[in-house]
Write a protein that binds this ligand. Structure first.
Ligand SMILES: [Zn+2]
Length: 471
């Protein structure tokens, strides 16, 4: 079955066919983090979703080039840099490093390119110059450069491709300088923002005076530079549909750099929001989680990834602590089954049994029907357990089952080894406990042991040293 995916541009589920005439190369861009704060669990739902898209494409034999930008200059960052009295680079590098560590914890494949906006300023300026030359951008009395929606539409282009916009209320030439605005306030948006006193040292020279890029143009410039002016797939959270992605289309297609008849992006995919404990995440409600909050409660990246991968990407879905407990139980079921297969196979090698990968792929080919895919996995687990109990499996069949799981897990990415997933803070605690024992501070060593136990981990002394095991 061909891969079918929902395209926000056409609002329908379509066959996925890359632009590459050989049908092999896929250019995929995902809007990355704005590095002004630790990314929260809602952000990670989007990144795990993008990882699933990529992994499934790779599973199907496509050669994916995955680009994810780092927004390291933008309104919120500048405010934070100003408040922290530090430099832009110093401020953003901390959050950038934390973000990549979190991606790793969640088992996401690293994108092939992770461009930083501040390193693409000449490309951004070049793109604004193209829009100026085509009469679609203008410098306003405030010295900033704006995109003219009126001129763009007058040339026959459509503004409002990803969602319906009401132009009757719109006042021509009205401008919005902020990067984020509601669709009710659709207006000419900033491409280049003239330097303001509150920008501090964050500015670059340009043909229009000192300033900095707007957020939307950053993604247009970086994606087209790295994937070409027309590419296959653009992924992001649904909150980015407007204005960010709509503006990306207007700028990129307005610059007229695509080959005739080709779009900036062929296929747009958007991941839905996440609720936490039934409510919109907010710091005041106490349901605002960054990844560290969850690993500190003793959950592993693998368990969190599993839970984020249980609902269909276009469904608004409720993330709960109970769900995380359920994720632990479900993964334990898989692990237990695999352990039995491993014991029986005892190192025998065999080609994968095609049944599980075939049923699994069929589900995912249907617009990433992940619950159907998990359904196939658990049906398989039940069947393997039964056959094992009936002693109906040979070592070769067990090896073949393990190889089938490997295939499927290349998409799911939940792995099979929970021990390798001990969160860093618990490893640090274990080291402190070893140090305390060495120093004969047994009271401290015992206190650490109890603390680890309370978090769900026991210390196991092995010939290779102490290690942590789940309770
Ligand atoms: Zn973007």
């Amino acid at each position: 079955m061909a891969l079918r995916l929902f395209n926000t541009l056409t609002r329908s589920v379509e066959d996925f066919a890359p632009l590459d005439p050989a049908g092999k190369q896929v250019g995929m861009y995902c809007c990355g983090p704005t590095v002004h704060d630790a990314a929260h669990i809602g952000n990670f739902r989007t990144f795990v979703f993008a990882d699933l898209v990529r992994r499934h494409l790779e599973f199907k034999g496509f050669a994916v080039r995955h680009v994810m930008n780092i927004t390291d200059v933008e309104d919120k960052i500048i405010k934070a840099v100003h408040a922290a009295k530090t430099s832009l680079r110093e401020y953003t590098s901390r959050y950038e490093a934390a973000f990549f560590a979190d991606l790793k914890t969640l088992g996401c494949r690293t994108p092939h390119e992770t461009p930083r906006a501040t390193e693409f300023i000449p490309d951004i300026i070049g793109l604004v110059e193209k829009l100026m030359a085509r009469g679609l951008a203008y410098q306003a009395p405030d010295q900033s450069v704006y995109f003219s929606i009126e001129k763009y539409r007058a040339g026959g282009a459509r503004y409002g491709q990803l969602l319906k916009l009401n132009f009757e209320e719109m006042r021509v030439g009205e401008r919005v300088r902020n990067d984020e605005y509601a669709k009710e306030s659709v207006a000419d948006f900033a491409l280049w923002k003239a330097r303001a006193p509150e920008d501090g040292a964050v500015f670059w020279p340009s043909p229009w005076g000192e300033g900095r890029p707007g957020w939307h143009i950053e993604c247009s410039a970086m994606s087209m530079k790295l994937l070409g002016p027309s590419f296959d797939l653009h992924v992001g959270g649904e909150d980015l549909i407007f204005p960010h992605h709509e503006d990306e289309i207007a700028q990129s297609e307005g610059a007229g750099v695509q080959p005739p008849g080709k779009r900036f992006v062929k296929h747009w995919m958007h991941g839905a929001h996440l609720l936490v404990e039934g409510k919109k995440m907010s710091k005041s409600l106490g349901n605002f989680y960054v990844l560290r909050d969850l690993t500190a409660k003793g959950f592993t990246g693998r368990e969190i990834r599993y839970l984020l991968l249980t609902a269909h990407y276009r469904e608004t879905w409720n993330f709960t602590m109970e769900g995380l407990q359920g994720a632990r139980t479900s993964l334990a079921r898989i692990d237990e089954c695999l352990a039995k297969m491993r014991e029986l196979a005892a190192g025998t090698q065999a080609a994968p049994d095609p049944a599980l990968p075939a049923a699994f792929t069929e589900a995912l080919d249907d617009d990433l029907n992940i619950s159907g895919a998990w359904g196939e996995v658990f049906k398989w687990v039940t069947q393997m357990n039964r056959q094992f109990a009936e002693k109906a499996l040979t070592p070769t069949q067990a090896a073949s089952a393990l190889a089938a799981w490997e295939r499927v897990d290349s998409v799911l990415g939940v792995g099979t080894s929970p021990e390798a997933e001990v969160p860093a803070e618990f490893i640090a605690l274990l080291e402190q406990r070893q140090a305390a024992r060495k120093a004969k501070d047994f009271k401290r060593a015992d206190a650490i042991r109890d603390e680890l136990k309370a978090k769900g981990w026991v210390i196991e002394d092995t010939p290779k040293g102490a290690r942590l095991k789940r309770l």
